[in-house]
Design a protein around this ligand. Structure first.
Ligand SMILES: Cc1ncc(COP(=O)(O)O)c(C=O)c1O
Length: 452
């Protein structure tokens, strides 16, 4: 893409974070009231530089506005939940319409069946589905079903994938296991992606004890030929279930999920995030034989599967139906791939021009691009990440990742590439000199750390 000769502030005077006073004041208040100042760690102050919006007051499409009135093009989109764009009209209308008829009753609402039908139309490799509120709920349900179905206690998770659930069985394996009993921690085992022998070794070490193997079918790395098929066959030979976490891949890799893209059907899979464009809906889907243990059309021991007060909140299900209908009727996934690709190519070219392509690299599929921020020695740097975010924010781009939505336009992408080109020239200077001459305030910190 040709570089524009006008400076960014001349081209888009509205975009850019310059003053954050109102946000800072509310942030101080938030830290008095809420541990960590936010209800989701990934949105916390320690994940952003000091010169960053503390709060987002509103969003429309691919743009957001902070409490001080600064406007940004946003990438990240509600931790990848907002695939269509913020306040996407058909989804908002569907939710508002449904809300007028009541949010929650003593018996199921008909919309629960309609939403299940729409989901299973899109993901035909699943035979049954049950909705929850969070990806964690859905995967927790998968773990319980797998343990009940197999009569085994251990579970194996892919150690190269960063997040599966807020529940003890996963948090106990992280660098922040405080409050989780040793028994729980010791019953989750780890294996490596694209390494069947590491899974086989677990089955050998814990014979007839592993209930299920959990992974994202793909994340930044694509599956090696035969890996997913081999994993499925290995699990079944050893009497365990294969579970795909489709929280990110579902509706981003393909309307029918990564299980469709790679042609490997897991026994169970969990969906969430993109299912309702930011409204809280998740889904546990899978084979009837296993899923129905959560019901009562069988003669085995029953399993308490996903059952919460708010599980079938009607307006969230209406939002989910409108979102999934948009996927069905429009080429949303194609747009994500196209815009993500343009962005990746532009940022990678800008990194080469600035001579920082070894440090700043786009990673992953075009529909879900992340980036590295390494130092001169090739190690991940929280200082340099903070600096890059700071310089992007100054230029009107809020980009903890380069995850696009259906609302990201060509103009958004062009602006972002030019912002990155300018930010990366500063990154280069920081690499050659001292990052603290350019970074205002403290660096970032990883979410998972044992001490503050
Ligand atoms: C791959 C993956 N699985 C599971 C989860 C948990 O989902 P939730 O936060 O909705 O509980 C996340 C959340 O970020 C995720 O990225």
């Amino acid at each position: 893409m040709a570089a524009n000769s006008k400076s960014l502030s001349e081209q888009s005077p509205k975009l850019g974070g310059t003053h954050f006073e109102e946000g800072r004041k509310l942030s101080a208040r938030a830290h008095q009231l809420i541990p960590g100042g936010a209800h989701t760690y990934a949105k916390g102050d320690d994940q952003y530089p000091e010169r960053a919006p503390h709060f987002i007051a509103r969003g429309k499409g691919s743009h957001v506005w902070d409490l001080d009135g600064n406007e940004y093009i946003e990438y990240g989109m509600g931790l990848r939940a907002v695939t269509l764009g913020h306040a996407f009209e058909p989804v908002v209308q569907a939710a508002v319409h449904q809300m007028q008829f009541g949010a929650n009753f003593v018996r199921p609402a008909p919309i629960e069946v309609e939403c299940a039908e729409r989901f299973l139309e899109l993901v035909p490799t699943a035979e049954m589905v049950k909705f929850g509120k969070h990806g964690s709920d859905a995967l927790d349900g998968a773990v319980r079903l797998a343990r009940a179905h197999t009569g085994r206690d251990y579970i194996a998770i892919c150690s190269d994938h960063p997040f599966f659930s807020v529940s003890d069985w996963f948090i106990g394996t992280t660098a922040m296991p405080g409050g989780i009993p040793h028994w729980t921690r010791s019953h989750t085992l780890g294996f490596h992606y694209n390494d069947l022998s590491s899974v086989e070794a677990l089955f050998d070490e814990y014979p007839d004890q592993i209930a299920c193997v959990i992974l994202e079918a793909a994340r930044l790395e694509e599956p090696a030929p035969g890996f997913l098929e081999g994993l499925r066959d290995l699990c079944h030979r050893r009497g365990a279930l294969l579970v795909f976490d489709e929280m990110i891949t579902g509706f981003r890799w393909h309307n029918s999920g990564a299980q469709h893209v790679y042609g490997v059907t897991p026994d169970l899979s969990s969906f969430g995030k993109a299912i309702a464009n930011g409204f809280s809906v998740s889904a546990l889907a899978g084979k009837r034989e296993i899923m129905q243990l959560g019901g009562y059309d069988h003669d085995r021991e029953r399993v308490f599967l996903l059952s919460t007060t708010h599980g079938a909140e009607t307006h969230s299900l209406a939002a989910a139906i409108a979102t999934m209908s948009t996927y069905r009727d429009h080429d949303v996934v194609g747009h994500l791939y196209r815009q993500g690709r343009k962005l990746r190519e532009g940022v990678d070219a800008a990194a080469r021009d600035a001579g920082v392509h070894e440090q700043v690299k786009c990673l992953g599929r075009d529909c879900s691009v992340l980036f590295t921020t390494k130092d001169a020695a090739g190690n991940p740097s929280q200082e340099l990440r903070a600096l890059f975010l700071q310089e992007m924010i100054r230029r009107g781009v809020l980009a903890p990742s380069f995850v696009v939505s259906y609302s990201h336009s060509d103009a958004d992408i062009e602006h972002t590439i030019q912002a990155a080109a300018e930010a990366l020239r500063i990154y280069r200077k920081a690499l050659e000199g001292n990052v603290h001459d350019y970074l205002i305030g403290r660096p970032l910190k990883p979410v998972f750390r044992r001490y503050p």
